[in-house]
Design a protein around this ligand. Sequence first.
Ligand SMILES: [Zn+2]
Length: 591
Amino acid sequence: MPLTLDQLNAASLPEALQMLDGLYEHSPWIAERALAQRPFASLAQLKHAMTRVLDEAGVEPQLALIRAHPELAGKAMVSKTLTAESTNEQTKAGLTNCTPEEFAHIQQLNAAYNARFGFPFILAVRGPRGTGLTKAEIIDAFERRVHGHPDFERAECLRNIHRIAEIRLNDKFGFEPVDGQRVWDWQETLAQHSDPGYAEKGQLTVTYLTDAHRACAQRISHWMKDCGFDEIEIDAVGNVVGRYHPATPGAKYLITGSHYDTVRNGGKYDGRLGIFVPMACVQKLHAAGKRLPFGIEVVGFAEEEGQRYKATFLGSGALTGHFDNAWLDQKDADGITMREAMQHAGLCIDDIPKLQRDPAQYLGFIEVHIEQGPVLNELNLPLGIVTSINGSVRYVGEVIGMASHAGTTPMDRRRDAAAAVAELILYAEQRAARDGDSVATVGMLQVPNGSINVVPGSCKFSLDMRAPTNAQRDAVAQDVLAKLNEICERRGLRHTLEETMRAAAAPSAPEWQARWEAAATALGVPLHRMPSGAGHDAMKLHEVMPQAMLFVRGENSGISHNPLESSTADDMDLAVKAFDHVLHQLTTESH
Ligand SMILES: [Zn+2]
């Protein structure tokens, strides 16, 4: 019989401790101290309480806990002296079934890791979905982390220990994060579609209107149909729009969603999570035969990342009436204009103006998104409440000098375009750092037709600057651009510069932020408010209606725009529950 939270809350301390036996390897003190905080409103609250106990215990007990763990596929496994829980986990991951070569390789890694850090490598081998990593995934993570920084690895081992405890706790309570697993599986399946050149390497890249992109739109629309949406369409810019009708015709809609395009070699959850979380909610409403006093419009935005064309937020921009017709003549790297790509995809360019939404028909916009940063991961918190989205501005430019012989051109007679951009990068780094919360990045840098023995005659670069307010962003941009002029003048170079994107800072609407906060509180998740450093579709919708975002913790230090991007089914499950709760609040408010 699985345990219940009521039983745990009502039990005597020794009984309760017995119920939580084995969560943390040979370390019952963690559960014991957490139990002092009973009653718990949710498993999420209990899980967080245990992470706090370990945080507050200090470094020595943390190291002792790490060292209480067996090595992966180590001596304890061979001699069958693992705890029952560890045996179960290592068996599920196929580690008890290694070939002699795999076994030898893991032993080498174990030895190298232990020698470097002084504690064993800990990995939650049941993985982010809870059903087990493959041996290849385990060896991959091991090979990566053996090169980690010691402080990071200690923290990463502890985070994996908390994940192991989370899964063990779920098992004890017979809890399966089924909604989160559904959302996780949708993302996994959608990630099978990737652009040519990346797909072959097992990398995920979905850029605007490629075959993979259109396949994603088809998949999402079919899944929306399965979920029970009443109307589904792929609109004139390729957005996938699903509408779940309200109880009474004519009622307003809640609009939500995120993007399904990706950066090159990106992650599976960026954007997509914010489409699938509300889809899971609609699926449940439909299954229960329930209608709400308002409709739900879920939008999978076709384009947010600006990868194939310089048209960031194209999808959400179309809904706010900000589709720029000049974009249609932009060419991609193969010389295909956006107009041609849209015609090829069968999109009706003439209909784009009709996509503009009338804000009076909507309650507001909410967006769920993976955090894409390390904050929640470090704090052991599954959810974060977004207070505002940083304003940003982007440029692409080229510094033009004189290509000349690297051997014969004296240093004082060079017109080195790359050296000028290098100087700009260092200035931007230092200028943004001065603010504390501004950021500036040159993410693209190219010497066209460069050669090892030629002084760079041209250097192309990008520039991305962000800050919590528009004024602060503009001040950074002004200084960086002034510096570019100064550098070029001093070095005798010229340059071009094109602004490709400017997005205003978008503070969350207080009443919508409060709804996410009420949802997190109801789930027993401690509140953590944070600004969003990344731009999101919500920034566009912000221009015409109230908006607020919910962040979901990312694993691997929250790394994003990277294949290591990850989040657990448990965290996604909490996001679905939080979304459900907001729907519930809106329903109650409307009575
Ligand atoms: Zn995104």
